[in-house]
Design a protein around this ligand. Structure first.
Ligand code: PLP
Length: 439
């Protein structure tokens, strides 16, 4: 870690109280599942930077693709077509489920969510978007406003038409029920809420197949299927925010595949280019695309489908395939969860272990019986930052957030890396228990 007092002098750091961040970790180089700071200390990247570096660092195929593309035209208006754009759109939609056949390329997950909301409103002519309380749909006014993540405080009351509903969050059921005997009581509540809001005013419902930083929990079995049916019944569009869950993260190409559901719009970013170049996309079903065959499509941006991003994304798709990385992620996910459950047996501070594939979450509690959270919701606490620093001191990069510790290693992770992470986590959690007197 650097003690450069001036290193953040001209930069606003994301998601933090600025003065708390000294000293900053100064990344120097990175390779595979590791990165190194300027002092040469090694960190096991068990977060894929920010859930995005699915292929790990320094992937030769992706680097070569970007280098080769850099020698070809890179400044190409979005209204012109290139081989790279056509190839990527073709190859991407070959992998997306059902008739998710047409791509709108953008530059980030936030932009993709924002454009998905606009598309849904245009196609249905309806104003409202339904989103879960425990959800994050990006940093734009629209996504931050509709999602329930505490980061929304910055822009409350948010854009009109945003409606939030209770999550299918089984560890802390908002209705005091137990899964599966609840028979998805939370879904019945959503159905009633939809009626009260008047379904004919609702353009879309957005969900993450596995909630990322806002909760780290998968939708329970059967939920997404019922949501698909409910949306169909009322002509509401279903948006799957696969910004984190896409591209093998959950052990399938896309998170919705675990439930065999085809959303109307699928929002992608992160693993699309494995973080090597910024890119996001909204993939839409045929009937959405057809809407614009004879109507104006008013969206677009200067850097949409940038040739460098297209080249990186195409190389990533090839790498996921050739490396057999999707089934590998599934196998490694099983190994990771087995070890995490073992860790939970040794650590009373672990209240819950959950997630899917290589997207895992530990919920840290002060008391397993009462489930008293380490950090109550909407509370400003130094603890998550201290845990992050403790993990860095162990040479481990994870995401402590509120009472959660989120893990998302690159898909190239091997069993020995999982062992290394568990060993380091073991010590970090021991420190949490000791300092917070949890036993
Ligand atoms: C589920 C989800 N949607 C959207 C976003 C926003 O993506 P980006 O940071 O690329 O704008 C994120 C970012 O973490 C995310 O986790």
């Amino acid at each position: 870690m650097s003690t450069l007092g001036t290193s953040r002098q001209h930069i606003l750091l994301p998601w933090t109280v600025q003065e708390r961040e000294d000293p900053l970790l100064m990344l120097d180089r990175a390779e595979g599942v590791y990165f190194y700071d300027q002092q040469g200390r090694r960190y096991l990247d068990f977060l894929s930077q920010l859930f995005n570096c699915n292929l790990g660092h320094g992937n030769p195929r992706v680097i070569a693709a970007i280098q080769q593309q850099a020698a070809r035209p890179c400044c190409v208006s979005p209204v012109l077509m290139t081989e790279e754009r056509i190839t990527l759109a073709t190859e991407l939609t070959r992998r997306t489920p059902g008739d998710l056949n047409k791509c709108l390329f953008v530059n980030s997950g936030s932009e993709a969510d924002d454009q998905a909301f606009i598309l849904a409103r245009m196609v249905t002519g309806r104003p409202k978007i339904f989103a879960k309380y425990r959800s994050y749909h990006g940093t734009m006014l629209s996504g931050l406003g509709v999602g329930g993540d505490p980061r929304r405080a910055a822009i409350e009351p948010g854009p009109a038409g945003s409606v939030r509903f209770y999550d299918p969050f089984c560890y802390r059921c908002d209705f005091g029920k137990e899964y599966p005997s609840c028979q998805l009581h939370c879904f019945d509540a959503l159905e009633r809420q939809l009626q009260l809001e008047n379904p004919s005013t609702v353009a879309a419902v957005i969900v993450e197949p596995v909630t990322g930083a806002a909760g780290g929990f998968p939708l329970p079995d059967g939920y997404l299927l019922r949501l698909r049916e409910l949306c169909d019944k009322h002509g509401i569009l279903l948006i799957a925010d696969e910004v984190i869950t896409g591209f093998g993260r959950t052990g399938a190409w896309f998170g919705v595949e675990h439930d065999g559901v085809v959303p109307d719009l699928m929002v992608l970013a992160k693993g699309l280019t494995s973080g090597y170049v910024p890119m996001g996309a909204v993939i839409v079903r045929d009937r959405i695309a057809e809407h614009f065959e004879k109507r104006m499509f008013p969206l677009g941006s200067t850097y949409a489908a940038h040739p460098l991003a297209c080249a990186a994304a195409m190389a990533c798709l090839e790498e996921y395939d050739h490396g057999g990385l999707i089934p590998h992620a599934r196998r490694m996910g099983e190994a990771l969860f087995a070890k995490l459950h073992g860790l939970a047996e040794r650590h009373p501070c672990i209240g819950d272990v959950r997630g899917k594939g290589l997207l895992a979450c530990l919920e840290i509690v002060r008391d397993r019986k009462t489930k008293a959270p380490l950090v109550p919701p909407n509370t400003d606490s130094l603890l998550p930052m201290q845990i992050r620093r403790r993990a860095w001191a162990e040479g481990l990069h994870v995401m402590p957030r509120g009472s959660l510790i989120l893990l998302a290693p690159p898909l190239i992770v091997q069993p020995e890396h999982i062992d290394e992470a568990i060993d380091k986590l073991d010590r970090v959690l021991g420190w949490v228990e000791q300092t917070e007197k949890i036993c």
